[in-house]
Design a binder for this molecule. Sequence first.
Ligand SMILES: Cc1cc2nc3c(=O)[nH]c(=O)nc-3n(C[C@H](O)[C@H](O)[C@H](O)COP(=O)(O)OP(=O)(O)OC[C@H]3O[C@@H](n4cnc5c(N)ncnc54)[C@H](O)[C@@H]3O)c2cc1C
Length: 465
Amino acid sequence: MRKTYDTMILGCGEAGVFAGYELIRRNPGMKVLIVDQGQDIYHRSCPIVAGKVRECIDCKVCHTMCGFGGAGAFSDGKYNFTTAFGGWLTDFMPEQEVMELIDYVDEINTAHGATREVFSTETPAAQALRKKALEFDLHLLQARVKHLGTENNLRILTNLYEDLRRDITFQFNTAVTAIRQAEGGYCLETADGDQYLAKFLIAAPGRSGAEWFAQQCRQLGLPMTNNQIDIGVRVELPALIFEHITDVVYESKLIYRTKQYGDQVRTFCMNPYGHVVAENVEGIHTVNGHSYSDPKLRSENTNFALLVSNHFTEPFDEPYRYGKHIASLSNMLAGGVLVQRFGDLVRGVRSNAHRMGKSTTHPTLTAAVPGDLSLALPKRQLDDIIEMIYALDKLAPGTANYDTLLYGAEVKFYSARLKLSTHLETSLPNFFAAGDGAGITRGLAQAGASGVRAARAITQRIQGA
Ligand SMILES: Cc1cc2nc3c(=O)[nH]c(=O)nc-3n(C[C@H](O)[C@H](O)[C@H](O)COP(=O)(O)OP(=O)(O)OC[C@H]3O[C@@H](n4cnc5c(N)ncnc54)[C@H](O)[C@@H]3O)c2cc1C
């Protein structure tokens, strides 16, 4: 089958959805196709969440990562109004423009049911916290943040889907296997041998499609760079320990430079009263977290990642493979995600079922297997993490308690980064790229903003023609 459209969007995550939204709002009547290997918002169902299985069964297409809403659909939905983290769009356009795009995406979310409540680090209480953190050499990044909440996030996406499906053709359950240049534009080939053609293409394959996309870009002769990976653990502790922080800024992004190695360690994705979850990245089990805004769905714990940033220099250029090897070591030892009490780690003993049974902090990821993180994580990263935990203990006493739980490994992969113009166009004309898969964003706000940016560039080109 061969079908032709005006514009095709590969990937229906945050970047693809907002690119589609902007295209049809600004170009009524435009024939837009969005292709995704996952399902629509009504049919995404992880078998673990549905209670059908206890552990990840490596579904061919992961329902948690793929489909309408992409990786963000079941996320906690922390929408960060900042250019300080969550992407590198300021490398392509002025900061003011990025912030306008972030605000614009937020307006669309709000029109589709998102809360208006925003947490700010500019309040006197947040400033006092920032000052206190500095006393311990911890640097609190400032940003306004909206907590959409996992359950509200799904509702907002459902409203968006209902709004868009009237004007956009969605092709779900369809993996694109190849991107080719075709006469007058581009062709997306699918596993079933179908071909979709259009003059304009926006590729937004997210992190789940990043490896495949990098391969396609290499074949198309598009230059890319990649040299970073973040490795660490997810920390879980009683919510009370961090309450004086999470009540003020909801999510604190704290950065620390270790004395031992001079490495940067940061807190990431903080989930007050949240749940730790397993995540499957191409067959490798890593760990993540989320939290509900509905108090009834909350746990008694807060969780957050502690990540060590690793920048590689020549000749090594395979950080993705390095991260996968480290995560697969903890998988090998535990058969999935590994958990260890901080006290056991420092004492140099393995956490086992008996020791975990004595823990006063109860793990929310019950499928995690007690073990020894020092057998899985490299010494340098582990030393960095331990030093950071002691630093955090000064700001939030109790962080370094014996029963603080550490899950591993948490690995944040960076997609290879495409060379793009200020309009997010590749070196091939009318071929744009957006979102995490292009290596230019790492969060909902900037991913959505990048989709809008690419859609506006296409609009300008059509309307200026
Ligand atoms: C558990 C979790 C929690 C998170 N929490 C937050 C948070 O609170 N705040 C925040 O800002 N960010 C969060 N993030 C990150 C955020 O979800 C991403 O930054 C965002 O989703 C990126 O959007 P995207 O459109 O670039 O990619 P994605 O959302 O990953 O979407 C890409 C889409 O492309 C499709 N695709 C890929 N390859 C192909 C192919 N070959 N053929 C067809 N379709 C393909 C995929 O199926 C997917 O649906 C979280 C991520 C995870 C996994």
